[in-house]
Design a protein around this ligand. Structure first.
Ligand code: AMP
Ligand code: MN
Ligand code: MN
Length: 328
């Protein structure tokens, strides 16, 4: 089934006919995965469905306090086994974390995603790598159901699209994105307030993490690659959780002349999570996939095992080679 409208209508049929549905986002949840799960979840509940809202990892406080229904998101399935699982913003089954082994136990699995090179691991697969956020696809699905988009649902979709587009700055933002945002605003959501919650109410510890990371900033001799890291020890000393390092990667990319920014963060298990962000031309999905990761053309990530010095050397070599090959 290649036609997008047919696919949307087929997924709408599946959801209309289901009595119980589980909705799940990805590990290390972000605004897009959580906003998408909640927008669709709230809409299905209003249609009378029994809905379980799932996340493989705990929610960052910021979203817990902002998104309607976020407190009901569970880390485990409970009670009745849902007929349908909808995976949102997940490019491969591993991104479902603890829920990945359960995939075969649902009658129907639906995937709604926008990652470049995503894997089809369900019965229905809606993937649009040109879409700036899964939230945009959820909006289309709600129109297809059809489901009412009230202010609570609008807030969730607004946060999805806002966070995955860097507050509407990135290249994938298209006229349709702003039309959707306009429709969401018509529900009466206070976008000024939402943006202050997203960008002007950070806990102090996030800035302390940024300050430590900036001390490690290096720029390559060609001036196009900027890199920073943060060790677990430092995060522990600051009493910081992973979520407190989330915004750090956006800083090295802002340097004039830098095309590629990299941020190495040590995970609790000693592996290194690497985030990549490019500005104009570099396909960082391709770069991350060399290390078993993935993402989008301008934002991607992977996890690498080893000592920091080795991991940085290995990844930096690949990054410089990619910059050389794809130079424009
Ligand atoms: P992050 O740097 O964690 O903000 O991730 C940037 C983008 O890359 C997001 O869209 C993630 O979904 C994706 N991504 C990050 N880490 C991985 C990974 N290990 N495998 C696949 N995709 C990833
Ligand atoms: Mn995401
Ligand atoms: Mn996304």
């Amino acid at each position: 089934m290649t036609n997008r409208l047919e696919l949307l209508s087929a997924i709408a049929d599946v959801l209309r006919n289901a009595g119980s549905v589980a909705l799940c986002g990805h590990i290390m949840p972000d605004g897009d995965s959580l906003g998408s799960v909640l927008a669709l979840g709230l809409a299905l509940r209003r249609m009378g469905k029994r809905v379980q809202l799932l996340s493989p990892d705990p929610l960052p406080d910021q979203y817990l306090n902002l998104l309607p229904g976020a407190a009901e998101i569970q880390l485990e399935l409970q009670g009745e086994w849902p007929e349908v699982l909808v995976a949102l913003d997940c490019s491969d089954p591993e991104r479902l974390g603890r829920f990945a082994p359960l995939l075969n136990s649902f009658n129907t699995v639906v995937i709604i995603d926008h990652h470049a090179g995503g894997i089809d691991f369900g019965h229905f697969y809606l993937n649009d790598a040109q879409s700036p956020a899964t939230g945009e696809l959820v909006y289309e699905l709600l129109r297809a159901l059809p489901a009412d988009i009230d202010a609570a649902i609008a807030l969730c979709i607004y946060v999805s699209i806002n966070t995955d587009t860097g507050a509407f700055r990135y290249g994938l933002v298209r006229p349709a994105t702003h039309r959707i945002i306009a429709a969401l605003m018509e529900t009466g959501i206070d976008t000024g307030w939402i943006n202050r919650q997203l960008y002007e109410e950070q806990p102090l510890v996030s800035l302390q993490v940024l300050s430590e990371a900036l001390k490690t900033l290096t720029v390559s001799s060609c001036g196009r690659l900027a890199s920073m890291y943060i060790a677990r020890e430092t995060l522990n000393r600051l009493n910081a959780r992973d979520e407190h390092a989330d915004g750090v990667i956006s800083y090295p990319r802002t340097i004039k002349g830098v095309e590629l920014a990299m941020f190495f963060r040590e995970l609790a298990d000693g592996k290194w999570k690497v985030s990549f962000r490019s500005k104009y031309f570099l396909d960082v999905n391709k770069l991350a996939s060399q290390f078993g990761g993935g993402g989008h053309y301008r934002a991607s990530g992977c996890t690498v095992e080893g000592k920091l010095a080795d991991v940085r050397r290995q990844v930096t070599e690949a990054a410089l080679a990619a910059l050389e090959n794809e130079q424009k």
